[in-house]
Design a protein around this ligand. Structure first.
Ligand code: 5GP
Ligand code: ZN
Length: 116
């Protein structure tokens, strides 16, 4: 998919509105439109990467930054003590529906395991 047709690239560009909770030069974080938990935030790279399967060695710093940013957002959302979950869905069997890499941050209730 070309980046200019990608929903999450449009959110990065501001062409599609979103409830943004964090932005810096590398990543954007915004609330999921269909939350599966009281807190459900998506953390995405600003650059278009289709999925974790598309990530290369040159993206090492970006991936580390995404994880550390997720931890900070979880802390800011008050989840550090109660706990939370991070999920990256990849491809068809992984349940990925938007083909721009995104990390789900879910919290605010006890989450079941394993996922369906
Ligand atoms: P996936 O199923 O690909 O792992 O997750 C995609 C997520 O994007 C879903 O949880 C879905 O609710 C969310 N989503 C889809 N379209 C939009 C949108 O336009 N805005 C926001 N904020 N979230 C979206
Ligand atoms: Zn994209």
């Amino acid at each position: 998919m070309a980046a200019n047709e990608c929903l999450f690239c449009k959110i990065v560009l501001g062409d599609v509105p979103a409830d943004i909770v964090h932005e810096d030069d590398q990543v954007l974080a915004f609330r999921d439109i269909n939350p599966r938990a009281p807190i459900h935030i998506l953390i995405i790279p600003k650059q278009h990467l289709e999925s974790l399967a598309s990530v290369a060695d040159e993206n090492r710093d970006l991936m580390g930054h995404m994880m550390l940013t997720t931890k900070k957002i979880a802390r800011d959302e008050g989840l550090s003590q109660s706990g939370y979950r991070t999920v990256i869905n990849i491809g068809a069997d992984g349940g990925q529906t938007v083909n721009h890499l995104h990390l789900h941050l879910l919290g605010g209730r006890a989450l079941r395991w394993p996922p369906g």
